[in-house]
Design a protein around this ligand. Structure first.
Ligand code: BES
Ligand code: ZN
Length: 623
């Protein structure tokens, strides 16, 4: 009886799996782009899908709204009767389907996913037009007043789509597994210029109307817009920089190696598929270091250190032109396919362009971060393949995806040998360009194209589906950091800072130095270090951030509180803010943290503000 039941169960399981698979292979009508179920989108692309988006929007800085129309070329599968788009915090005014005004419904509002916008369609429906406007609270958008910009004269707007915020400024099928081409016509105040992740203007025009085109199909999170007092300066034929006028020369000097980065990347993994590669330097409130919007990387001004020492971040965003933008994580559970590959690729670009000791330092710092973060994460969140059901996909933005992901690839490279591994990656990008990728599909491809043909033994399961790190992980050459460690030991044993051997140290050696210092230093030691090396007043944001964190943990924070406050008020990059606010609250400085946040909040993008708010709420003293 039991066995019969077992066989019945097997048959049932087979049928379920089989029907899912069939469904997924044929769903888009595009055999190459497998449709997978995305728990972070309400869209049902197996029924109806957007193929092209045409935006016509006007930016009104007075009321902090974008308004206008989104026109979609849609494809409706046989038998389907509804198209579903994602929306969040939008006002939908009117929906027109093939020229006819059409009723629509907005579903229940979910904290993370927003509301499903359902529109009745039929198999021959072609063109959908939605008239809508954003709200001042739409999370993807940050509207800056002139005082929050470099030039202080003009307002500024930028968007941040990843992971699921594009739905807060465009009604859209907001899943990384769905790709579309787009064009846009954006009207802005006459003295401003608009740029997008598309073909871009290089000059302001008189009427304030800008048009854009993105002919390569991209996922929605890569649609991006920035509006401000912008100027363009070219670096080379296909590379250049957009920034506010006062920043432009400095930024162009800093990014002088960008063209070389592009050609280096091409020589590793195949042709650059997006024609131009430009970088826009945003105001300091940009919540990330960089965002890989195609054709136009969005970057924080905090990487402009004056000595090119932080430009590996540009190599990272550029690398996404392959890993992420060309071959895209199908869902946010597969995020490591975007970031782990990109971290690995970033270091390969740095190694090829500069030297191996530099990329080894980057990898070692990354590994240190990973080991520290592993202690704080729940075991399930340390798998490469994540389960983010019911959560904000931002929760997956940990060093697991980045560093464990990059380590996994480094391990594969070491097992297969560099030549074979590079050939494998090059072919992987060529075979899957403009497609989305699931972890499972990648692992099958890996097995068939690298592991089996070369008879490698790799414990893929432990790396991808198990917590923590496997017993054996790749190691990096540590010569440069060992020298730094020696100086740390001297200092801890009483040698004066001015007597340490620090000649020719790069930013990364300094970073390692600060991070290797113990929390137990005396105040006089902190003063000695600061007097000798000028960390508090440094122009290098990474050093400043690391130093402030050490200072707070060590009890020196109150002494340099004005400088810490000024850094936290002026910079909105979440990676810097989170550790500093956390350290403040952990060191009994909740009151100071709260007061700084109250002052800084108007400067922060909602992404950063929400993260800091959560830290403060969690640590608020009970009254
Ligand atoms: N794509 C990410 C930024 C991102 C990830 C935004 C997830 C929203 C959700 C970008 O490429 C990135 O990784 N930026 C890093 C810099 C990089 C050098 C590690 C950052 O902003 O710190
Ligand atoms: Zn990245």
């Amino acid at each position: 009886m039991k066995t019969q039941f077992y066989y019945l169960f097997l048959l049932f399981a087979y049928l379920v799996l089989h029907s899912c698979k069939e469904n997924s292979e044929t769903a888009t009508g595009d055999s190459k782009n497998t449709i997978v179920n995305d728990i972070h989108s309400n869209a049902k692309p197996d029924q109806a899908v957007v193929k092209h988006l045409s935006l016509e929007l006007t930016a009104d800085f007075e009321i902090k709204k974008l308004s206008g129309t989104a026109t979609y070329d849609i494809e409706v599968k046989e038998g389907a009767d509804t198209i579903i788009l994602d929306t969040k915090d939008l006002d939908i005014h009117q929906v027109t389907l093939d020229g006819k005004n059409t009723p629509f419904t907005l579903g229940k509002d979910d904290k993370w996913l927003g509301q499903a916008l359902s529109i009745p369609v039929s198999h021959d429906s072609k063109k959908l037009i939605i008239a809508y406007s954003t709200r001042p609270t739409s999370e993807a958008l940050q509207w800056l007043v002139p005082s929050q910009t470099a030039g202080k004269q003009h307002p500024y707007l930028f968007t941040q789509g990843e992971a699921i915020l594009t739905r807060t400024w465009i009604p859209i099928q907001d899943s990384p597994g769905i790709r579309m081409t787009y064009d846009a016509k954006i009207t802005v105040p006459k003295d401003l210029m608009a740029v997008m992740s598309a073909t871009n203007p290089q000059q302001k025009n008189k009427d304030g109307v800008y048009t854009f085109q993105m002919d390569q199909p991209i996922p929605s999170y890569l649609i991006a817009l920035a509006i401000g007092d912008l100027e363009f300066k070219s670096i080379d034929k296909r590379t250049g920089v957009y920034a506010e006028p006062g920043m432009l020369n400095k930024a162009t000097d800093e990014f002088a190696d960008v063209e070389k980065m592009v050609s280096t990347a091409e020589s590793l993994y195949g042709p650059y598929q997006w024609e131009r590669y430009d970088v826009i330097v945003l105001p300091p409130s940009f919540p990330f270091g960089g965002m890989e919007n195609p054709r136009l990387t969005f970057a924080t001004p905090t990487i402009i250190a004056g000595d090119k020492s932080l430009t590996s971040l540009i190599a990272h965003e550029l690398a996404h032109s392959w890993s992420g933008n060309l071959v895209t994580n199908a869902t946010w559970n597969d995020f490591w396919l975007n970031e782990g590959f990109t971290d690995y690729f970033e270091r390969r670009i740095i190694e090829a362009l500069y030297d191996k000791s530099y990329s080894d330092m980057l990898a070692t710092l990354g590994l240190q971060d990973l080991k520290a973060e592993l202690k704080d994460l729940s075991p399930e969140d340390t798998h490469l393949f994540l389960n983010l059901a019911g959560r904000n996909p931002d929760d997956g933005m940990t060093s697991i995806a980045y560093e464990k992901g990059a380590l996994f690839l480094t391990m594969l490279e070491q097992k297969a040998g560099r030549e074979k591994f590079d050939a494998f990656l090059k072919k992987y990008f060529a075979d899957h360009k403009f497609q989305s990728m699931t972890t499972e599909k990648f692992l099958t491809y890996l097995d068939e194209n690298l592991i089996k043909p070369n008879h490698l033994y790799v414990n893929v399961d432990a790396w991808v589906y198990k917590p923590g790190l496997p017993d054996t992980i790749p190691t990096f050459n540590a010569d440069r950091f060992m020298k730094v460690d020696t100086q740390v030991t001297f200092f801890v044993n009483g040698r004066k800072a001015s007597k340490l051997e620090t000649k020719n140290w790069s930013t990364h050696e300094w970073l390692h130095f600060i991070k290797a210092l113990p929390d137990s230093l005396a105040e006089a030691d902190m003063v000695d270090l600061d007097n000798s090396f000028g960390f508090t007043a440094s122009n290098n944001s990474e050093l400043k951030d690391a130093w402030f964190k050490l200072a707070i943990n060590q009890g020196y924070g109150l002494k340099i509180l004005p400088e810490i406050r000024s850094f936290l008020v002026n910079v909105g990059r979440r990676k810097y803010l989170t550790p500093l606010y956390t350290a403040l609250t952990e060191k009994g400085m909740y009151k100071e943290a709260k007061s700084i946040f109250d002052e800084a909040k108007p400067n922060y993008h909602s992404i950063s503000a929400n993260s800091i708010q959560a830290i403060l709420e969690k640590t608020a003293p009970k009254i």
